[in-house]
Design a binder for this molecule. Structure first.
Ligand code: TYD
Ligand code: MG
Length: 454
């Protein structure tokens, strides 16, 4: 018998407690615990109901053996396919998260149209917008001719019943927070509802081989509401990000069971929907011909793709006892470390300067390979010496001041050549015949390279 009990659930992490508290003891968030009624108490232990259901013996197999490559369904949107790891896998569930207004519905409508044009049957179910609104958007995207099955619904029971009879190849739910299961007394959007609706839909996708695309809203502190509970249920989690006031959008895979995480797809929001940006390097380079001090071009890798991006630094004398350090697009702790290493190992004096570092175009860099490029921008600004023209920089800086080799040096150099760069400052060992490489084994080589250019 199901017991009706009331429990307190943290809306951020899903932790369940018996009592209300101001602060969740699991995730430490304040004011996130709310009363939710749960439909049943914990199930009895397996031994408690003898003979009720007979346990089956599970069969073990070996790691080796025939298994096919995962088939992929292409959406016709190359940037989206790339971010998903090379297309969508039947029977898999994806979560696409992002701020309101970033363009999730636009992207998924374009993806739906692409899939439908490719011959797949697609169901686009919106719980947020009326079908008329979506039709208007489709017109704007010039997608109204695509045979997409459109519906506006929020009741999970109706949605599942419809899907089971229609059997579409792909299902798009916009958004998971608007769905509502009448089997639960909790309100729509609560962790309990989000979790159980997602669970039911994922189970449906796995059992029928349908592709499931879920939209998830991000709360103001940057998390999908009830995020962790959904994130571990789905096969891939993609975040759709934008920089304030910018038109381009980055779709970033943070988890992918069928492909590389950290893969990105780049788009630009235009008057007619999201346009693919096939060559993102052009976006992250400011393209100014006159050399300014404090700017270095970093040859980075985002996912599996090389991307060139400009790193800008401004170093100015400070009268403050604790000079200011501000960083956009890079890790603040990493900047502090780099400044300390530059002071200690290269004899520079950043300690009495304010330091600002910015990654152009709003990209966020997490690679250690950016160390040397950031250091080059910092030195260039400190010496007020523009860096050698048409050069890229990459390499990891160790605490000893040594420059360490990084992965995929060849791909980085190739991208630089492709975009017309003629020089590179790179860790020892990197080679490419079409570009003039200055090898940096230690920070002293960097300082010499910056000074020489002056
Ligand atoms: P939307 O897809 O509704 O965002 P989300 O579903 O993530 O909340 O996108 C909304 C924004 O995109 C809105 O501010 C208008 C803009 N937009 C364009 O600039 N061009 C277009 O062609 C479309 C459809 C939307
Ligand atoms: Mg939307």
């Amino acid at each position: 018998m199901a017991r009706n009990t009331e429990t307190y659930v943290c809306q951020s992490c899903g932790n369940v407690t018996a009592k209300w508290a101001g602060r969740c003891e699991a995730c430490g968030e304040w004011n996130t615990i709310e009363l939710e009624a749960s439909e049943a108490g914990p199930p009895g232990s397996l031994g408690a109901a003898p003979g009720k259901s007979k346990a089956k013996k599970i069969e073990f197999t070996s790691l080796a053996g025939a298994s096919e490559d995962v088939p992929r369904v292409l959406t016709g949107n190359a940037e989206f396919d790339r971010a998903c790891g090379g297309g969508l896998v039947p029977g898999s569930a994806l979560l696409i998260g992002g701020d309101p207004g970033v363009g999730k519905s636009t992207l998924l409508l374009q993806v739906a149209a692409g899939l439908a044009r490719g011959g797949a049957s697609v169901a686009y179910i919106s719980g947020e917008e009326a079908t008329d609104q979506i039709r208007l958007r489709a017109k704007r995207l010039k997608a109204e001719d695509a045979p997409v099955n459109l519906a506006s619904a929020t009741a999970l029971r109706d949605i599942l019943a419809t899907l089971k009879s229609e059997k579409p190849d792909a299902v798009i739910i916009d958004s998971i927070q608007t769905l509502w299961s009448d089997a639960l007394p909790a309100a729509p959007g609560t962790v309990t509802q989000v979790r159980s609706c997602a669970q039911e839909l994922v189970r449906y996708a796995k059992s029928t081989g349908a592709i499931l695309l879920l939209v998830g809203h991000v709360t103001k502190d940057g998390q999908i509401a009830g995020p962790r509970v959904v994130e571990h249920m789905v096969d891939a989690v993609l975040y759709f990000e934008s920089e304030q006031g910018r038109d381009f959008r980055i779709l970033r895979a943070v988890k992918n069971r069928f492909g590389a995480a950290h893969e990105i797809g780049v788009f630009e929001m235009t008057g007619a929907g999201l346009a693919e940006v096939a060559n993102p390097s052009a976006l992250f380079l400011t393209g100014s011909e006159d050399a300014a001090s404090g700017a270095a071009v970093f040859a980075g890798i985002e996912g599996t793709r090389p991307v060139l991006v400009e790193i800008q630094a401004l170093v100015s004398p400070s009268s403050l006892a604790a000079p200011r350090r501000a960083v956009v697009g890079w890790d603040g702790a990493r900047l502090s470390m780099l400044l300390a290493v530059l002071d200690a190992r290269a004899g520079l004096d950043f300690g009495r300067h304010d330091v600002f570092l910015n990654v152009a175009g709003g990209l966020r860099i997490a690679e250690p390979a950016a160390d040397l490029a950031a250091a080059a921008a910092l030195c260039s600004s400190l010496f007020d010496a523009p860096l050698p023209q048409a050069s890229v920089v990459f390499g990891e800086v160790a605490l000893s001041g040594a420059v360490r080799p990084v992965n995929q040096a060849g791909a980085r150099l190739k991208e630089a050549v492709k975009l017309g760069f003629s020089g590179a400052l790179a860790p020892t060992g990197a080679s490419d015949k079409s570009i003039e490489i200055t090898e940096a084994g230690a920070l002293a080589d960097l300082v010499q390279w910056v000074r020489k250019a002056h």
